[in-house]
Design a protein around this ligand. Sequence first.
Ligand SMILES: Cc1cc2nc3c(=O)[nH]c(=O)nc-3n(C[C@H](O)[C@H](O)[C@H](O)COP(=O)(O)O)c2cc1C
Length: 111
Amino acid sequence: MEQLSRMAFIENQPEDPVELFSNLITAYKTTNPEIPFIPMNIATIDDEFGVLNRSVVYRGLEDGHIIFVTEKNTVKYANLIKDPRTSITFLFEKIEWNGVNSIWQVIVTHS
Ligand SMILES: Cc1cc2nc3c(=O)[nH]c(=O)nc-3n(C[C@H](O)[C@H](O)[C@H](O)COP(=O)(O)O)c2cc1C
């Protein structure tokens, strides 16, 4: 892809996507100090619905892994035990990035 639109162009992008994500989280918290938590949307593979998504609270990064907390009696827990494939999205509606306010979506897929 040589013709990336300006929408997709990330200035000063670190090579490591985890570092970029971590920088975005820091910038989001700094830009929006009033937010009580950071939500994320996580989709799992489900026998009944095919794909099932819901919101959970982002709890942080550990060794490059995105952490969230849930209970063993949830559908997502059973889904992830059976099939660990997932897709997570974050919407950062306002981030001051390189001195400019911008909106970001981050999509994290399982590989
Ligand atoms: C603001 C908000 C935050 C939530 N955070 C979590 C969370 O951190 N962990 C969690 O398991 N469910 C959380 N939930 C509930 C899930 O969205 C979901 O309804 C519930 O976990 C059952 O999902 P499941 O049966 O598909 O696994 C949250 C819901 C809302 C509205």
